[in-house]
Design a protein around this ligand. Structure first.
Ligand code: UD1
Length: 380
C-alpha cells in the first residue's frame, strides 16, 4: 500500500496524528510496510491554526505542502484539486486517506476517485441533515465517492446504509480525535495557560467559548444575538474566547469589538474577553477545567463528552448525536434565552449526571484503522 494522508485545516491535525503514529508503529514490526506520505493542503496557514498543532502533537513535517491558502469555496476547492492531482500523478499512491469534512477533504477525495485511487474516509457518515452547512455537503459527497468508510459512532452507519453504502465497506473503529485527547491529556495539564490568563478553577471558575460557523458569525444580527446571550452568562463568571480569524474579521467589520471586556491584569471575576487562537495543549487544559464550554464546533462537542465538561452547543442541529445520548452536550440552538437558560442550568449542576462513554472512544481507534488497512493490503 502506498498511502497519501491529507490534512488541511485545524480540525484535521488531531485526527491524522494518531493514524500517522499507528502506521509508524506498524511499520516497525510488520513484514509488509505501509508506505505513507503526508500532504498538507495549506487551507489553514496561520501559525496558530497550523504549525502550533504540528509542534504540540509531534506531527512530522508534511512531505508536501500545497500552500493553497484562503479563497471562496470554489476557489479554495479548485486550487487544492489542481495541486493535489499533480501530486497523485507524480506519486502514484494506491490509496489516499482523508479525515473530517473540510474543503480539503472533498477536494482531495474527488481528485483521487477520478484517478482510480482508493479513497479512505475517516469520520464518515456524520449527518446534520442541514445542507446550508458547507461541511454537510463535503461529508455527503466525500462519503459517496469513498471506498472505505471509518465511522466514530453507530448513527453514521445508519446514515450511510440509508444512502446506499454497502455495509462491508463501513468500519466502526471509534474516534481518532479522542485517541489524541487521551494521549495528550496528562501533558496538557502541565500547560500554564490558566496562570497566563489569570483564570482560576475556584468559584466562580470560568467558561470557555468558541464560535466560527458561517451561520453564526457571518451575519451581524446573528452574531450580535449570540453575544447578547454570552454577555448575560458572563455576569456569572469570566468567559474566555480564543477567536478564530474568520470571527475576528467579522467582529471588526460589524463594529462589535466594544462588546468585549478588556482582559483585567489580575484574576477576572466576570466578563467576556477575547484572546488569540490557542495551540492544542493550552486549549485542552482550558477545556478540561472549564465549568462550562459554549461552542458551535463539531469536535469540541466530542472532546467535552470525554472530559465530562458541560457543553452548550449554539446550533440547531448536531451531526454527532452520541454526544447527547452518551455525553455532556446540550443542543441549545441559537435563541438567546435558550442559550442563557442552558448555560445557567449547567452552572447550577442540572442535567450533569454522568453517562456511559460512547462505545470505542477508548484511545485505540487508530490502531483499529491500521488493522483494517493491513487486511485490505493482505486481501488485494
Ligand atoms: C474551516 C472548515 C470548518 C472547520 C474550521 C476550523 C471548511 C468548509 N470549513 O472553516 O469545517 O470547522 O475550518 O477552523 O473547510 N483564515 C485565516 N488564516 C488561516 C485560515 C483561515 O486568516 O490560516 C481566515 C481567512 O480569512 C479565510 C477564513 O478564515 O477566508 C475562513 O477560512 P476557511 O479555511 O475558508 O474556513 P474556516 O472558517 O476556517
Amino acid at each position: 500500500m502506498k498511502l497519501i494522508i491529507v490534512v488541511g485545516a485545524r480540525p484535521n491535525f488531531m485526527k491524522a496524528a494518531p493514524i500517522l503514529d499507528a502506521i509508524s508503529e506498524h511499520n516497525l514490526h510488520a513484514a509488509r510496510r505501509i508506505e505513507r506520505l503526508l500532504v498538507h493542503t495549506g487551507q489553514h496557514y496561520d501559525e496558530k491554526l497550523s504549525r502550533l498543532f504540528f509542534d504540540d502533537l509531534g506531527i512530522q513535517k508534511p512531505d508536501i505542502d500545497l500552500g493553497v491558502g484562503s479563497g471562496s469555496h470554489a476557489e479554495q476547492t479548485a486550487e487544492v484539486m489542481k495541486k493535489f492531482e499533480k501530486v497523485c500523478l507524480d506519486e502514484s499512491p494506491t490509496h489516499i486517506l482523508v479525515v473530517g469534512d473540510v474543503n480539503s477533504t472533498i477536494a482531495c477525495a474527488l481528485v483521487a476517485a477520478k484517478l482510480g485511487i482508493k479513497v479512505i474516509h475517516v469520520e464518515a457518515g456524520l449527518r446534520s441533515f442541514d445542507r446550508t452547512m458547507p461541511e454537510e455537503i463535503n461529508r455527503v459527497l466525500t462519503d459517496a465517492i469513498s471506498d472505505y468508510l471509518f465511522i466514530t459512532e453507530r448513527s453514521a452507519e445508519e446514515n450511510l446504509i440509508k444512502e446506499g453504502v454497502d455495509k462491508g465497506r463501513i468500519f466502526f473503529v471509534g474516534n481518532v480525535m479522542i485517541d489524541t485527547l487521551i494521549k495528550h491529556r496528562q501533558k496538557a495539564m502541565r500547560s500554564t495557560i490558566l496562570d497566563v490568563l489569570g483564570l482560576s478553577t475556584t468559584e466562580p471558575g470560568y467558561g470557555l467559548l468558541t464560535l466560527h460557523r458561517p451561520s453564526n458569525v457571518d451575519d451581524k444580527d446573528a452574531l450580535a444575538n449570540l453575544l447578547g446571550a454570552l454577555e448575560a452568562i458572563s455576569s456569572r463568571l469570566p468567559i474566555v474566547f480564543p477567536v478564530h480569524p474568520r470571527t475576528r474579521k467579522r467582529i471588526e467589520e460589524f463594529g462589535l469589538g466594544d462588546r468585549f471586556a478588556t482582559p483585567p491584569a489580575d484574576k477576572p471575576k466576570r466578563g467576556l474577553y477575547t484572546i488569540d487562537p490557542l495551540g492544542y495543549l493550552d486549549f485542552l487544559r482550558l477545556m478540561s477545567e472549564a465549568r462550562v464550554v459554549l461552542t458551535d464546533s463539531g469536535g469540541i462537542q466530542e472532546e467535552t463528552t470525554v472530559l465530562g465538561v458541560p457543553c452548550i452547543t449554539m446550533r440547531e442541529n448536531t451531526e454527532r448525536p452520541v454526544t447527547i445520548t452518551h455525553g455532556t452536550n446540550c443542543l441549545a440552538g441559537t435563541d438567546k434565552d435558550a442559550i442563557i437558560r442552558a448555560a445557567l442550568e449547567a452552572l447550577d449542576g442540572k442535567n450533569n449526571a454522568p453517562k456511559p462513554a460512547p462505545p470505542k472512544w477508548d484511545g485505540n481507534a487508530a490502531l483499529r484503522i491500521v488493522e483494517v488497512l493491513t487486511s485490505l493490503t493482505n486481501n488485494r
